[in-house]
Structures are given as C-alpha cells and as structure tokens.
Design a protein around this ligand. Structure first.
Ligand code: PLP
Length: 220
C-alpha cells in the first residue's frame, strides 16, 4: 500500500537537486519554487509533504483538487494542464494560480468567473512550445498576440508563462525558448520542468518546477 513516510525523504532529495542545479547555473535557489504535483495521490500524501515543509501543490483536475485541498489550511494550489471551459468557475474558486490559460474561450470563462467570485488567481499563459498537434497551449505563431491580449484583459494577474516540451527529445532548447518569450514580454514567471528534466529547466531560467513522481512516486 501507500508509504507516506517516504515522501519527506523524496522531497529533501528533490530540493537538494534543485539547489545544486541553481548553484551550477549561478542562480539563487530561492528564485525557484517547487510545485509538488499531487494529482491522483490521496490527501494523506499532501499532508505528509506539508509536514515536511512543502506548501505549494499542483493538480490537473479541478474537482479532485477541490475535494483534496478543502480542509488544508496554508496550502497554495496551482491548477496545471488542460482546463475545460466548464471547469473555469471551480478553478477560479480554488486556485491560487491557474497555469493553463491558452485560449480565448477559456479567458472568457475565467473573466466571467472572476467577476462573480470577486477573486482572481494569478494566471500563466500556457504555450505549446513544441507546436504539437495534441498538446494544449497557445500555438507558437499566436503566442505573442495572445499574451498581449491576456495582459490587456487581466493586467498584473498575468504573471508569466508555462510549457510542457515534447517528450523524448532534449527539452533544453524549448525551455530556453519559453524563457526568451517571457523576457520579451517582461513576465517574471516561467513554469517549466518536471521530474525528468527540472534541472535543465532551472539551468534555462525556470522560476517554478512542477514535480510529481519524483516526490510522490509513480501514479497508479
Ligand atoms: C503530471 C504533471 C506534472 C508532473 O509530472 P512528473 O513527471 O510526475 O513530475 C507536471 N506538469 C504537468 C502539467 C502535469 O500534468
């Protein structure tokens, strides 16, 4: 069964690797936030991570996240990955950050939900950095225009960019491309890097890495 006692050690190892990657890149480790991706893992796993000092979590299903985090005071929740328009209202209600703003219909739904809720999470524009047919994220050719439009609409709530590079190839060029795009728009946040490549992401300027399996183990 689940062994939640292994989570503290796994977290410590990930944090040590993040620190080493920041040092190697000549960066301040404090400039990189670990988003612990707890999707599919039970609330006990999140509690074990919180007991080990972890405060920021990522989930990709709004319903699952709402149930899991309802009673967890002090946790900060990032919604990551493709977000359905009909889930925007719940996402606005529970999220501190929505990392997957990638199309006008979703922006419309978020704006409506924000007006009704009287609160607005921070927003990251997800860029389809490898221009892959199946992937969510705004297409590269439309990214600059979309980012400008979202900043005009949501102002300072748009804090940065997020990407998931193609699998099975060196992710570094994609990370560098996202960082350059964020620079060009004067956006501070770059959410990039997962269990398999977070060190390369930190080398390329990630401010947030989203790490799941290296902390919580394989997903069932
Ligand atoms: C699941 C997921 C992650 C974490 O992936 P791991 O390989 O388990 O670290 C990161 N980002 C997104 C968008 C995800 O859906």
């Amino acid at each position: 069964m689940n062994d939640f006692t292994s989570i503290a050690g796994a977290l410590a190892r990930v944090r040590a690797r993040m620190d080493a990657a920041a040092l190697a890149a000549g960066r301040d480790a404090a400039g990189v936030t670990l988003v612990a991706v707890s999707k599919t893992h039970p609330v006990e796993a999140v509690q074990a991570a919180m007991a080990a000092g972890q405060a920021v979590f990522g989930e990709n299903r709004v319903q699952e996240a709402a149930g899991k985090f309802a009673g967890l005071a002090g946790a900060r929740l990032h919604i990551i990955g493709g977000l359905q328009t009909n889930k925007a209202r719940d996402a606005v209600a529970v999220a501190d950050v929505i990392e997957s703003l990638d199309r006008k219909s979703l922006a419309d739904a978020i704006e409506k939900a924000v007006q009704a809720a009287g609160r607005c999470p921070d927003l990251l524009v997800q860029v389809n950095i490898g221009d892959e047919a199946q992937k969510s994220g705004v297409a590269l050719a439309e990214a600059d225009g979309f980012i400008r439009a979202m900043r005009a609409r949501f102002g300072a709530r748009v804090t940065g960019l997020m990407c998931i590079p193609p699998e099975g190839v060196d992710a570094a060029p994609y990370f560098r491309r996202l960082a350059a795009m964020a620079d060009a728009h004067g956006l501070g946040v770059r959410s990039m890097g997962m269990s398999g490549d977070f060190e390369a992401a930190i080398a390329a300027g990630a401010t947030h890495v989203r790490v799941g399996s290296a902390i919580f183990g394989a997903r069932g």
